[in-house]
Design a binder for this molecule. Structure first.
Ligand code: SF4
Length: 258
């Protein structure tokens, strides 16, 4: 084995140990486009097809007669909605958690809602689950600044309880506007709440992960929320497979467009 290959193998093993401790993960086979299961409705475009991704998102918010709908930048949008009191969650809010990261990102990571640390700092994924998310992204060679990170809800549910359906319905137009401005190529949905809110499905995580969902022209991967991984390390292996699939898709897309 050459010195270069040895170095790569050692780096891979170290990265695996940092992420997953003693869990040994097999090398995943190269993902080819023909291997990708694309779940789509008939009106959706083909994976990687150039589409006007903003049209669906615009349609979701066009009836809302509020100033933020016309925001031309993420900063303007945040300013326009940061004092929102549309649902009761504003009452427990210390800080509004809009989102952070690269405003030109091709990958948007979407979680459920802010927790205690996020509520204090006004940033998504900054607690223990956030640290694990940083490691998961690093394992597929993304830094937090390469992607954009946000949640379905912008205010913290009390005691980190699961968001209620009405709260999701009230808050999700803000996310649609964020996506309309970001125009990502890929979404990584973390946890069942985010996946269900976006896909409008009642399926279980086992039926949603491991595939590519074509969501209004955006390729979406669903995987476990890092907070769930902290409670159940058994799911880390599946998460690793999911994020590696995301990376392979991203690399294929980059290769196709260049
Ligand atoms: S959760 Fe969303 S809808 Fe509810 S108060 Fe916060 S920003 Fe407004």
């Amino acid at each position: 084995m050459s010195e270069g290959l040895k170095k790569e193998a050692v780096q891979f093993a170290e990265q695996q140990y940092r992420l997953y401790g003693d869990i040994i993960l097999p090398q995943q086979k190269q993902v080819k486009k023909r291997d990708i299961v694309v779940l789509k409705d008939n009106s959706s475009p083909t994976l990687f097809e150039a589409v006007p991704k903003d049209s669906w998102f615009r349609r979701q918010i066009q009836e809302i007669e509020e100033e933020w709908v016309e925001a031309k930048s993420l900063d303007a949008l945040e300013q326009g909605i940061c004092n929102c009191r549309k649902c009761l969650l504003w009452e427990g809010r210390d800080k509004f958690v809009f989102g952070t990261g690269n405003p030109h990102a091709d990958v948007v990571v979407i979680g459920e809602a802010p927790g205690a640390d996020e509520n204090k700092q006004g940033k998504p994924f900054v607690g223990d689950a956030g640290k694990l998310l940083t490691k998961i992204l690093a394992a597929i060679n993304f830094s937090r600044d390469d992607v954009y990170i946000c949640n379905i809800l912008k205010s913290r549910p009390p005691g980190n309880r699961r968001p209620e359906h009405s709260e999701v319905e009230t808050c999700i137009p803000y996310l649609y506007k964020q996506l309309d401005l970001l125009k990502p190529q890929f979404i990584l949905a973390l946890g069942l709440t985010a996946a269900k809110a976006l896909l409008g499905t009642t399926k279980a995580m086992k039926d949603l992960r491991g595939s590519v969902h074509d969501w209004h022209g955006i390729s979406m991967i669903v995987t476990y929320h890092p907070a769930a991984l902290l409670r159940n390390p058994y799911w880390k292996r599946s998460t690793w497979e999911d994020v590696r699939l995301l990376r392979k898709l991203y690399d294929s897309w980059n290769a196709e467009k260049s």
